[in-house]
Design a binder for this molecule. Structure first.
Ligand code: ZN
Length: 440
């Protein structure tokens, strides 16, 4: 078993110092975010994170939840996945429980979860040009069903998506317009020459087991982490890592829209170092629109009406992403999806090249140094704080969930006052609450 070295010195020190803070007129100090190290990786207390943002933390037997206004995030112990507002989100590291505390890797908080539930860490860029990348083509059929080929479905969906986006005022560039075969290098070279604001690669999945089905959306794996299908961290920084935070939100919004609209199994937001999303210098995702090797999904994927539905849902996800990065209110995605199947096996896609990088995980033995506090991002001060569509969690709630608590919100927008927020949240950035150590 892995040695886990939990540090609670911080809480003891806080108790000692707390009366001092009460007695002084100094600005209120935020609660400390307890942390620990596991194999050299820093983990943060979910309970403390929830407290910092004025959210409710509910501990269950096999999972926990953080709930608030418009937010319901669940975390499965010892697994690398959870859900945000009912959409499966794969994490880079397993969530783990120790006693009554649950910890999330600091990297998962900053580069996966926080960009999904808040907009503060997202780069706000005008989206004018979008590049669509229909996978495969020409001599490369991609995955094949009994009747349809992935290359054809990907192109049909991309063409429909192009028309929708063009009608919405975007400039759209395609890596291929016809049944031809651009290499992966051709695709990324074209992207980096055209410098679009988004890159969306469209594929269908394939699996040896025809029973496997569902939709999933990949974003580039952050540096120093293992991809969803892997356990080995890699440390090569690639162009696709420039927009790690935006990638997380873009993938989530598209996956949410796609899963709810198509009502296919939600396989979640995943991480991979596929060539095309690794080597483009803009926010990018690779969308798997369904399993062409599943008889039911194959017939759906080959149906022009369903292709249009898929295209509309991706367009909706893009619009929701644009709203998120610009701080605009985001309307709910109306339809609900089915229960997710995060543990289902993913088929490999032969056209997605092997990942770059060949480094090993760092895996230092736990040697954390406890201090008073840890850091998390500042509660929202300017942007819509969370995805807008509450939904049943994909993971059963561990205990009955009490009424929602408010997320920290922008007083200018919401009309709420500072007194309705946690005192600490109004002033502090949670990043300031995490101790700096030599590992940072
Ligand atoms: Zn493919």
């Amino acid at each position: 078993m892995i040695l886990r070295n939990i540090l609670f010195k911080s809480s003891a020190l806080f108790l000692l110092l707390f009366p001092f803070f009460i007695l002084t007129a100094a600005p209120a100090k935020a609660p400390q975010i307890r942390y620990t190290f596991d194999l050299g990786r820093k983990y943060l207390s979910l309970r403390d994170i929830a407290s910092f943002y004025g959210l409710k933390f509910v501990l269950g037997q096999s999972a926990c939840e953080i709930t608030g206004n418009k937010l319901r995030a669940s975390f499965v112990f010892d697994k690398r996945y959870g859900a945000v507002n009912g959409i499966t989100v794969h994490y880079l590291n397993a969530i783990y429980k120790k006693g009554q505390e649950v910890f999330i890797a600091e990297q998962d908080f900053f580069s996966v979860l926080d960009p999904i539930v808040r907009s503060n860490s997202l780069k706000n860029q005008k989206i004018r040009t979008i590049m669509l990348d229909p996978g495969h083509g020409g001599k490369d059929n991609g995955a094949q069903g009994k009747k349809f080929k992935e290359k054809d479905v990907a192109l049909d969906v991309a063409r429909k998506l192009r028309d929708i986006l063009t009608a919405s005022g975007y400039k759209v560039i395609m890596t291929r317009e016809t049944d031809v075969f651009p290499t992966l290098e051709d695709r990324t070279n074209k992207c980096n020459a055209a410098r679009p604001d988004l890159f969306i690669s469209i594929h269908c999945n394939g699996a040896g087991n025809p029973g496997i089905n569902g939709v999933e959306t990949f974003r580039m794996t952050p540096v120093g982490a293992a991809s969803t299908s892997d356990s080995q961290a890699k440390f090569t920084r690639c162009p696709g890592n420039i927009f790690d935070n935006n990638n997380s939100r873009l993938a989530f919004e598209i996956q949410q829209s796609l899963a709810r609209t198509t009502r296919q199994i939600d396989r979640g937001v995943k991480h991979a170092r596929f060539y095309v999303i690794r080597n483009v210098s803009c926010p990018a995702v690779l969308v798997e629109t369904g399993f062409i090797t599943n008889p039911v999904e194959e017939m759906l994927l080959g149906n022009p009406v369903r292709q249009l539905t898929i295209a509309k849902s991706i367009a909706e996800g893009i619009k929701r992403y644009q709203a998120a990065i610009s701080g605009s209110p985001i309307a709910a995605v109306p339809e609900q999806t089915q229960q997710p199947a995060p543990a289902a096996q993913t088929a490999s896609d032969s056209t997605k090249k092997a990942p770059a990088g060949n480094n090993n995980g760092n895996n230092k033995t736990g040697n954390g140094q406890g201090t008073q506090s840890a850091q998390l991002p500042q509660p929202d001060t300017k942007k819509d704080p969370s995805p807008a569509s509450p939904a049943p969690p994909s993971i059963p709630a561990p205990t009955p969930v009490p009424p929602s608590l408010p997320m920290p919100q922008d007083p200018k927008k919401s009309g709420s006052t500072a007194s309705s927020q946690p005192a600490q949240a109004a002033k502090a950035d949670v990043r300031d609450m995490i101790p700096q150590t030599k590992d940072d």
